[in-house]
Ligand binder design. Structure first.
Ligand SMILES: [Fe+2]
Ligand SMILES: [Fe+2]
Length: 327
């Protein structure tokens, strides 16, 4: 059994990968790290340990005061068991949407790998990533099952549209890896924030998040290095198309990842005025969406995807923030 990391794994930092040799060595390092440090849900998580069992009324599921919904007087006036159930519902929904996104991602990675030539370092890495995502899917679904809550993931129509995602690599691998970051970065951002909030978390939730953050650091790193290596050498017209499509993909994805779950709203009869206040008209909620794509946005600036036209699209999607002046 490999114990989950005892602290939150650090993010991977970007290296200069303009030349092919430097890029190749980053990919090989990531592949080696996947062999040296990885987890398997049914070997490394003690699901049946009494400490790890999920009780819907466990107060550790309650949302904190600093949370947009958790701090709302409507939520605070619910009985403790309802507060716990709502908190757990949200965690479970995030995991369900996460596993659906990763399902699309795995299919896309395999479509990408299918066409790779012999000797390509990406082939091995992408297989490592697909296997890790397979483990994440099992880990998230097992958690959802144990909550015994009837959570659904993405809303039906969206889930239907999302089925195009695995085919994006056939049109543009660069856009596919922007899509990858669009899902992985907001999840990583939220999970890191939860672990940093100094509250006592349920050990099962904490174990799952630490394992996930540690492995996702590599996935995010791969996507970023791929884009850093490829985008600057794309023909101008293709780079412009990528620059236009990226904020649309990122805006939609961040919205999905951080949106309030409809079934939860109905089940707990959360009043429309509360939903509007907490999620729709809330400046902090909008800032949260902008923050969740901050690292990808900075990457897009670095690799030349921002110009006056594309910046407008970022703004229209509600995910633009002017870069902070260098200190
Ligand atoms: Fe994952
Ligand atoms: Fe991932």
């Amino acid at each position: 059994m490999t114990p989950a990391p005892s602290s939150t794994a650090a993010r991977e930092s970007d290296e200069t990968v303009a030349d092919r040799r430097a890029y190749r060595s980053v990919i090989e390092r990531l592949s080696k790290a996947s062999v040296d440090k990885h987890w398997e849900p049914y070997r490394d998580i003690p699901w049946d340990d009494p400490e790890f069992l999920v009780d819907q009324t466990d107060p550790r599921w309650e949302l904190p005061d600093v949370d947009k919904l958790g701090g709302h007087p409507w939520y605070r006036s619910r009985p403790p068991e309802t507060r716990a159930r709502i908190g757990l519902w949200r965690v479970a929904t995030a995991m369900k949407i996460g596993l659906q996104f990763e399902n699309l991602l795995k299919r896309g990675l395999l479509n990408y790998a299918y066409r790779l030539p012999n000797g390509s370092p990406e082939f091995r890495y992408v297989y490592h990533e697909t296997i890790e995502e397979g483990h994440h899917g099992m880990m998230f679904q097992e958690f959802v099952n144990r909550t015994k809550l009837p959570v659904r993931g993405m809303p039906g129509p969206l889930s239907l549209i999302a089925q195009v995602a695995p085919w994006i690599p056939l049109i543009s691998t660069e856009l596919f890896f922007v899509f990858v970051l669009g899902g992985e970065d907001p999840i990583d951002h939220v999970q890191r924030k939860v672990l940093k909030d100094d509250r006592e978390h349920h050990p099962l939730e904490e174990t799952i998040m630490r394992i996930h953050i540690a492995e996702e650091a590599r996935h995010i790193s791969f996507a970023r290095h791929y884009l850093r290596n490829r985008v600057p050498r794309m023909p101008r017209h293709r780079r412009l198309m990528l620059g236009v499509a990226s904020p649309v993909v990122l805006g939609v994805m961040a919205g999905i990842m951080l949106a309030p779950p409809g079934p939860m709203i109905r089940r707990f009869r959360i009043p429309a005025s509360v939903v509007a206040e907490v999620y729709l008209r809330n400046r902090a909620a909008k800032q949260e969406i902008r923050d969740s794509v901050a690292r990808t946005r900075e990457l897009c600036v670095d690799i030349g995807l921002i110009n006056p036209l594309t910046r407008r699209i970022w703004r229209a999607m509600g995910i633009w923030s002017d870069p902070r002046p260098a200190r």
